[in-house]
Write a protein of this length. Structure first.
Length: 392
């Protein structure tokens, strides 16, 4: 039956061809189309991961935090948007979350002073982060209590708009810390208590001068830092308390940070860890040696070390210059990620967490594609390099 049908079809086709006088042409055309089709199919299957649809990618790739679970928790900074738009990646690849801005003084404190400001603290966004963590079995790093940035100016002034005395500021700081840490007691496993008080590598002084905190406590900066840690400890004795800073691996700044940490430790201040932010670049800075020496140096103080805000951009300087990475750049970036994770793994006994500062390149605060997932949520070479660093 089939053969007969086939013969019939062929006959019809032949008749059609003869009629049109184009049999040869038609079959050649068909061959050409067929070859084109095969070529397209082959080139699509040869394309790398980046071209695959998102849902397939997310399903198929290994979970980063699970691959690293023997070493240290892998975390990520999230925000009110990304917990909705990027929850697929957050849920799958990260065990720990840090609120990018939602627990900062600027978010929690009201916009202006009133004597009952403590009753007007806004925890809506912070609570949302905690709820998200609870629902998705994540642990939470708290960020941040005392910082010269993202803190409203009124916080440093009295009701008449005059600068607070160190004593009055200390009192205000302590009541604020107790309110915030107290609210999240038992739900935040580590807090960045004090952030970025030390001046940069190139500066002569120890404490940065463009901080309202340091200006008001000039000459006795260590006092408010000490009080901040003590207040946090009182509010949640179980939480791990961190000092956090950028540029913390550069030798000069590191030495200044270490001398401050030594002073705190000598005073018996309850500090548990050093947060190395890790806003690094793949054009050379920081060196392997600086990263490794820093982990060792901070750990030698008896502190836990965490990498708290990791992202690896292109340029060391010009941090906020817009950059689209070339193929070669992406390779260099991946190599740098691999190198730093090899160091982290080597020192896993000293490191209690590594957190990326954002999920995908398009929601990074630095416009240089510094993260491990691209704007289409696909894993970059950097992602695979970090898995390669495991050496399995
Ligand atoms: C950044 C956030 O990512 C941005 O969204 C915000 O506009 C500014 O702050 N060091 C820190 C983080 O401790 O809180 C900063 O986060 C990045 C530098």
């Amino acid at each position: 039956m089939t053969i007969i049908k086939l013969e019939k079809t062929l006959k019809i086709n032949t008749a059609y061809c003869q009629q049109k006088n184009g049999c040869k042409n038609l079959s050649w055309k068909r061959i050409k189309y067929f070859l084109l089709f095969v070529f397209l199919l082959l080139s699509l299957s040869a394309c790398d991961f980046i071209q695959k649809p998102d849902y397939e990618t997310i399903e198929a790739i290994p979970s980063l935090w699970k691959e690293y679970k023997e070493h240290f928790p892998i975390g990520v900074a999230v925000n009110a948007t990304t917990i909705n738009t990027h929850s697929d990646l957050i849920e799958k690849h990260f065990l720990s979350i840090t609120a990018e801005n939602e627990m900062k003084p600027q978010t929690i404190l009201p916009g202006y002073y009133t004597s009952d400001y403590l009753d007007r603290l806004n925890f809506t966004q912070g609570d949302r982060m905690i709820k998200y963590a609870r629902e998705n079995d994540k642990i939470v790093r708290g960020h941040v209590l005392v910082w010269h940035e993202q803190t409203p100016e009124w916080f440093f002034k009295d009701e008449k708009g005059e600068e607070l005395s160190p004593e009055a500021l200390l009192e205000r700081m302590e009541e604020y810390i107790k309110a915030v840490v107290g609210r999240y007691k038992g739900q935040i496993y580590a807090w960045d208590v004090v952030n970025e008080v030390i001046s940069d590598d190139s500066d002569e002084e120890t404490y940065r001068t463009n901080s309202r905190w340091n200006q008001i406590f000039k000459g006795r900066e260590i006092d408010y830092i000490e009080a901040a840690f003590r207040a946090a400890k009182e509010a949640d004795p179980e939480a791990k308390l961190f000092y956090n800073d950028y540029g913390a691996v550069s030798p000069k700044k590191r030495a200044k940070i270490i001398s401050m940490l030594e002073e705190l430790i000598a005073r018996g201040v309850p500090i548990d860890g050093m947060g190395i932010q890790g806003h690094w670049a793949f054009d050379g800075w920081p060196s392997k040696k600086d990263i490794e020496d820093s982990i060792i140096d901070y750990s030698n103080l008896g502190l836990d070390v965490q990498i708290t805000e990791l992202d690896i951009r292109k340029h060391t300087g010009e941090m906020f210059k817009d950059v689209t990475l070339s193929k070669a750049d992406k390779k260099k970036q991946a190599e740098k990620y691999k190198e730093v994770f090899e160091i982290f793994i080597k020192h896993r006994d000293k490191i209690s967490g590594v957190t990326f500062w954002g999920v995908t390149d398009d929601n990074s605060w630095i416009p240089q594609e510094p993260l491990i997932f691209d704007r289409n949520k696909n894993p970059k070479h950097a992602f695979w390099a970090i898995l390669e660093a495991l050496g399995e």
